[in-house]
Design a protein around this ligand. Sequence first.
Ligand code: GLN
Length: 219
Amino acid sequence: MNAAAGGIGVLDLQGGVQEHLDHLRRIGVAGRPVKHAAELAGLAGLIIPGGESTCLSRLLTIFGLREAIEQAYCNGLKLWGTCAGAILLARENIGETPYFGLIDIAVNRNAFGSQLDSFNREARALKVAPNPIPLTFIRAPKIVRIGAGVQALLKLDDYIAAAEDDQILVTVFHPELTPSLAFHRYFARKCGLDVTEADDAGLDPDWTPQSWTRFSPHI
Ligand code: GLN
């Protein structure tokens, strides 16, 4: 085990890496970027961020991280896929070839339309936090089926937006692009880590909106 034993890594190939690392720091969890297989050593969990799933899948293969992540998963590593990350972890990717296929869900990629159909809303996920959580969907997939060992954490309209099994959490939205720390706390606890206490809303009072999220109604 190394000095960062027990922390959470964020796959650092493409997509929303820094935003996840910032949220981990806000909840008092040691986080670090993971670009190479050796950097998985000692981690309790790994976040596969949002971005673009085809691009991420190619980079994962080029960087030799596919087998390394599968091996670490077999050794107990917890995984959280946000948006593109959820697509990569899904057993079924409708009309396409699945990548890791480690959690028994079916996803329908780009199910809301184009990038311009991205949106924000709020909803309660009671297992995660008592209060409504702001949700940011960016050209998101829908989870349209979950298997026997998988639990839905958030159902909206005709789809599931968050789900988990014993070792994997998937969210089709981006908690790292909102002031809510609730899902990061939830994943850290799933990894068996201590996290700093939440205020009532699970929102970070020091959070400042970044880039495109400035237009969003929940900020
Ligand atoms: N639409 C992207 C894909 O199919 C995912 C978008 C995201 O991660 N925000 O990979």
